[in-house]
Design a binder for this molecule. Structure first.
Ligand code: ADP
Length: 542
């Protein structure tokens, strides 16, 4: 017997229609490439998104056609989020920090037909435009006064002219909720990048779940500033969830330095932000150096790589900003787990709470998870047994775009992360499987070592990698960037580990460097560190 309820498709356009009808005067504020602050309402966002949809119709773009963006977080990018997906095309957000060759490869693989870019990225796109054989239209996201006099891209279209040619009388199509809505490629630190093709259904369900109180706890009383780029897994869904809940959206454009961000937090009354740990390092350093405070910010979501407990404490104890530690992946749209405390845990000591919050968190409803050993046997949730983390759920990948073999194992997606899960369901990542350090057959978790090192007052950043060792195969090697003006010796650094971990986990050596290489999404590139320092211990005559 079927239920007798309406079967309305879950569509991204419905998020925008809701925002327009119920929160029409709510604001979207953007720092523009042009240098100024732009401000308009959800009603204006909806109207201009419909103009975008009509402009794509006028270009003769079929349903399912890919429209790429190379853009900062800003209102025109947001209009494309809704105009492209809402009209049945697929929004392909490109990461401008990728190597140009990789960009060409991805555009070609995705067969993008339109490419929309911010003016900042004109040189980047001009350099590769001739190699982008599938792209029929290049659109500069600017008004006429900011168009270049001459460009190496023939027929470069002006975004404002393009949409000015359309009125906003447009009905969003009733698409199949399983149709593709957007596309994001994984960073591809090994092998070619892989395309993750989200659907309207997966996106809307992810949006619902991300807003829950024990997830990001989003509401119409929030002003959200996603520092995480809109090209990095849809800015963790915030452009969608802000419309769902009617929150003010503050988009920082190219201004991602501590000063620009802090000004925007204060000027726009931002209550919630989100980003990877490396971004917060810059902001915290600036705020500390200038003796500033956060007057409106209540929470910040930190994920993408492990949030060092020292950073969490700096935010919470130093500035009264609650840190929400979250774990996710491109293949998970991205949210998987969020580290919010359970009721009884609120009565625990501050130290015990810190230990729980340093973990990656509990599964959000919609994500099921388990850990398995090398033979695929499920491991207990005792906080000790560690194995590969496997997930399944409403917004988890089933197939990569044009993928040959299914990535799934018995219906579960293997994440490549090594984790424990405790009896309360808190998952803790000890490593990515490819970054694990195997010393004499035993695993050493690099994240634990990094978290300890980062708590040292003289350490700005630390990464721990496996270095080859004649006796133990691999031993941990710590790479450290010192804070400016601080002194730290190898011996002092190693002594700092004493009593905090099993003695045999202590790194064999410390290498001080000026900078640690970061990838396109702000994560430490351990493969590059291994290339550089993999033989360090052997060279030292270990
Ligand atoms: P994203 O682009 O969302 O960062 P990627 O697919 O590039 O996603 O990377 C996902 C990986 O990032 C995860 O498999 C995990 O190794 C790492 N990661 C994400 N969040 C965390 C976290 N909070 N702690 C530790 N590692 C994390």
């Amino acid at each position: 017997m079927h239920g007798l309820m309406m079967n309305r498709p879950l569509l991204i356009s419905a998020l925008l229609t809701h925002a327009e009808r119920h929160h029409g005067t709510q604001q979207v504020v953007s720092r523009r490439v042009e240098g100024d602050l732009h401000r308009y309402s959800f009603a204006a966002l909806a109207s201009r998104s419909r103009q975008v949809a009509k402009a794509l119709d006028a270009m003769g773009l079929e349903k399912g056609a890919r429209v790429a963006t190379v853009a900062w977080n800003g209102y025109r990018h947001l209009e494309l989020y809704y105009g492209v997906s809402g009209s049945g095309r697929v929004l392909h957000t490109l990461n401008p920090r990728l190597h140009p060759d990789q960009l060409v490869w991805i555009v070609d693989h995705a067969q993008d037909q339109v490419l929309c870019l911010d003016k900042t990225f004109l040189p980047l796109v001009e350099a590769v435009a001739a190699r982008l054989s599938t792209v029929r239209h290049f659109v500069l996201m600017a008004d006429r006064s900011h168009m270049p006099e001459a460009s190496k891209i023939p027929g470069l279209v002006c975004y404002e002219d393009l949409i000015a040619g359309q009125d906003d009388a447009y009905d969003w199509p009733e698409l199949d909720e399983n149709s593709a809505s957007s596309l994001c490629y994984t960073s591809g630190t090994t092998g070619n990048p892989k395309g993750v093709l989200y659907s309207h259904r997966s996106t809307v369900l992810h949006t619902f779940a991300s807003a829950l109180p024990d997830a990001l706890n989003l509401s119409a009383r929030d002003a959200i500033l996603p520092v995480v780029p809109m090209f990095h897994v849809n800015a963790w869904g915030l452009p969608y969830s802000a419309c769902m809940v009617g929150a003010k959206l503050v988009l920082p454009g190219p201004g991602l330095d501590g000063k620009s961000l802090h000004e925007l937090f204060e000027g726009e009354g931002v209550t919630l932000s989100a980003g990877v740990p490396t971004v917060w390092q810059g902001l915290l350093a600036y705020v500390q150096a200038q003796g500033l405070k956060f007057s409106s910010m209540k929470r910040t979501v930190i994920g993408g790589s492990a949030c060092p407990p020292a950073m969490m404490q700096a935010f919470e104890q130093g500035y009264g900003v609650q840190v929400i530690h979250a774990w996710g992946m491109t293949e998970l749209s991205p949210i998987g787990t969020v580290g919010t405390l359970k009721g009884y845990q609120q009565a625990l000591s501050a130290e015990q709470q810190q230990a729980i919050k340093a973990k990656q968190g509990r599964g959000v409803f919609g994500i099921d998870m388990k850990i398995a050993d090398e033979a695929g046997r499920e491991l207990p949730w005792d906080g000790k047994a560690s194995g590969e983390l496997m997930v399944r759920g409403y917004w988890v990948i089933d197939q990569y775009l044009k993928g040959q073999a299914s990535p799934l194992v018995d219906g579960w997606f293997p994440t490549g992360d090594v984790a424990t899960i405790d009896a309360d369901g808190f998952m803790n990542i000890t490593d990515r499987s490819k970054d694990v350090i195997k010393s004499g057959g035993e695993w050493i978790g690099s994240i634990d070592l990094e978290n300890i090192a980062m708590a040292h007052p003289a350490v700005a950043m630390a990464a721990c990698v496996a270095a080859r060792h004649p006796k133990w195969d691999e031993r941990p090697l710590l790479i450290v960037v010192k804070k400016p003006g601080h002194e730290l010796s190898r011996e002092q650094m190693l002594a700092f580990f004493e009593g905090k971990i099993a003695r045999w986990w202590t790194p064999d050596d410390v290498v001080f460097v000026d900078a640690i290489p970061l990838g396109a999404t702000g994560k430490v590139q351990k493969n590059r560190l291994r290339d550089q320092f993999g033989d360090h211990l052997i060279r030292q005559g270990a």
